[in-house]
Design a protein. Structure first.
Length: 140
């Protein structure tokens, strides 16, 4: 795995984002247009089919996307995102989201994210973000 490097701007975002703990996400790396976010699928994240809920997997990919995007454009906000589910995740699986910026200009970024379990791809995500017009409100 990549050495754990997290940009200072990302560290500030992490400090004010309570959803990370709620989802059980761990930011492993966020630097120079790349991000790695992990989670272990918990019982409350299982759907009626006995599989990890697709919304949890989408949120994991979205988190990696956001971390990668914000390493190149501070306060990046999503304008579009899509995911293709290729294989399921199960209770206890460690899912790793690898995000990397594949395009950028001064106002936009496109980030591709792969979700893997034991290095096998289970989903592919692509998102576009733009620079926010102003900083988002801080939750207190």
């Amino acid at each position: 795995m990549t050495e754990k490097t997290i940009d200072s701007f990302i560290q500030g975002l992490i400090a004010t984002e309570p959803s990370l703990a709620w989802f059980g996400f761990e930011i492993e790396h966020a630097h120079q247009g790349a991000a790695i976010v992990t989670t272990i699928i918990r019982p409350e994240q299982i759907n009626a089919n006995g599989l990890a809920h697709g919304g949890v997997l989408f949120a994991l990919a979205d988190q990696s996307f956001a971390m990668a995007a914000n390493t190149v454009i501070n306060f990046a906000v999503t304008t579009e995102a899509q995911i293709q589910y290729l294989a399921p995740a199960h209770l206890g699986d460690t899912v790793v989201a690898h995000g990397r910026v594949v395009y950028r200009d001064e106002k936009r970024v496109v980030v591709d994210v792969s979700l893997t379990i034991d290095k096998v791809v289970i989903a592919l995500f692509r998102g576009t973000a733009r620079a926010a017009r102003q900083k988002s409100a801080t939750i207190t």
